[in-house]
Design a protein around this ligand. Structure first.
Ligand SMILES: Cc1ncc(COP(=O)(O)O)c(C=O)c1O
Length: 448
């Protein structure tokens, strides 16, 4: 059998794919990739406009990363109890990139594990058990992170963990109250959160966990002063503030971490994806000096076979070196401005309700009707449940036109590799606009 057919046939026979009904899946095979592009088995080229799952920050097949894998002969594998050059070097680099109050890193193998460990650490440090997190968040698919998650993918991890409490995320586009200013919205959401903390009993709340900027759920930029206000509430009640930067960390927003855009410092930051640009599975929990000091005298009662894995941390060191040499965080900021100008243009389309963006991290929210803001897909109807299939039709059309990405609810995610150039942004966004025009004409005109 031809090799490609063999791959596809074995895949269909032996592999379970995430978040999908398996029957009828026909995944493409990536046969070649370079920079912001990849090619499928038919030789078709795609702009990778979501960096696979928002992780390929340095782009596909970066020569330095490939060379880095050749160097592994220098790094014997060592279990977590050993000190290794890549592990200590990477931890140091991460602390140098982090806010000034941060001092140590616990390494994991990915995002969900990082959030699970951040919760355990918060419980150990505070001696409390309740954990607050927000609706419309995604924190991972393990049992702990799955229960932190505030959208429909959580339902499959339920019944939930006792003491895991959800609160509302500021989502001004879909808020029923028409606020006069961002500050007014902030005051409203913080008041509600304060009440909820009081109702739940502050003495029992270990941590508030939030994505600094919720990603999968549509790049929801917090209103002015909101995160600083959450920090103040945490300080008032002795609660730890945990920022999930699994998607936003390592330059995605144009700064090392999304928290750098605001005027506060969390107690704990979780990361994954961008730490290795996905070339090796690695994540981690960055803790403040105060949290780190607690474990000087108390046992850190957690561990993972692959914590600080030698190869993964070595790849992480190379990845961060590339960020520095190619000035990629700055590139995300600069090229992000071009993306912003192209996104603003999309607001002229009748099906574009809102665009949200920061650096190279963006979402385009589609609506059936701009005045009523009727979403293209109702809440919780992702994953093949929407009878109209409009959202998946739009994304399929984008992909067919060479713009590879994914959507969640009514938002299309745009998060290309941080190496993308202005010209490439224009070319890709031309494809996005062509797709919108076709889609409005062929799929939405009947609804008007
Ligand atoms: C904000 C955030 N947290 C956690 C995760 C889970 O990461 P992983 O899939 O590596 O477990 C994701 C994955 O997309 C994420 O976006």
């Amino acid at each position: 059998m031809d090799e490609l057919l063999q791959i596809k046939s074995d895949d269909s026979k032996y592999v379970l794919h995430s978040w999908s009904k398996q029957k009828g899946l026909n995944p493409k095979v990536i046969t070649k990739a370079e920079g912001v592009y990849f090619w499928d088995e038919n030789g078709r080229r795609y702009f990778d406009m979501c960096s696979q799952l928002v992780y390929l920050n340095v782009g596909h097949q970066h020569p330095k990363m490939i060379e880095s894998f050749q160097q592994i002969r220098n790094y014997p594998l060592a279990s977590p109890s050993f000190a290794t050059k890549p592990k200590s070097e990477l931890a140091k680099k991460i602390i140098e990139l982090s806010p000034p109050n941060m001092s140590k890193v616990f390494f994991t193998s990915g995002g969900a594990e990082s959030n699970d460990h951040a919760i355990k650490i918060a419980k150990m440090v505070t001696g409390r058990y309740k954990i607050f997190s927000r609706y419309r968040s995604y924190h991972g698919a393990t049992f702990g992170a799955g229960n932190l998650t505030g959208e429909s993918r959580r339902f499959y991890a339920e019944p939930g963990i006792p003491g895991f409490i959800k609160f509302e995320v500021p989502y001004l586009y879909r808020e029923v109250i028409d606020f006069d200013s961002e500050e007014e919205a902030t005051a409203y959401y913080l008041d509600k959160l304060r009440n909820q903390i009081l109702y739940e009993g502050p003495h029992s709340i270990a941590a508030i966990v939030l994505e600094t900027i919720p990603g999968s759920n549509g790049v929801l930029i917090p209103p002015k002063g909101y995160l600083e206000g959450v920090r103040a509430l945490c300080d008032e009640f002795g609660i730890l503030m945990i920022c999930d930067e699994v998607m936003t960390g390592f330059g995605r927003t144009g700064k090392p971490f999304a928290v750098n855009h605001f005027d506060f410092q969390p107690d704990i930051i979780t990361f994954a994806k961008g730490v290795t640009s996905g070339y090796a599975p690695l994540g981690g929990v960055i803790v403040s000096d105060k949290v780190a000091r607690y474990f000087d005298e108390n046992i850190l009662m957690t561990g993972l076979t692959y914590s600080g894995h030698t190869i993964c941390t070595h790849i992480g060191c190379t990845n961060i070196q590339i960020y520095e040499e190619e000035n990629l965080f700055k590139n995300a900021e600069t090229v992000g401005k071009t993306l912003k100008s192209r996104l603003k243009k999309l607001l002229d389309y009748s099906s574009v309700g809102e665009v949200r963006h920061i650096g190279l991290f963006a979402a385009v929210e589609l609506v059936k009707n701009k005045v009523t803001k009727e979403p293209l897909i109702q809440y919780g109807m992702d994953y093949g449940k929407d009878p109209t299939g409009l959202m998946s039709q739009f994304v399929q059309r984008l992909i067919s036109n060479g713009f590879y990405t994914y959507s969640h609810e009514s938002s299309v995610i745009i998060a290309p590799p941080l190496i993308i150039t202005e010209r490439q942004i224009h070319e890709a966004m031309d494809l996005f606009e062509q797709t919108l025009q076709q889609f409005e004409k062929e799929c939405l005109s009947a609804l008007a």
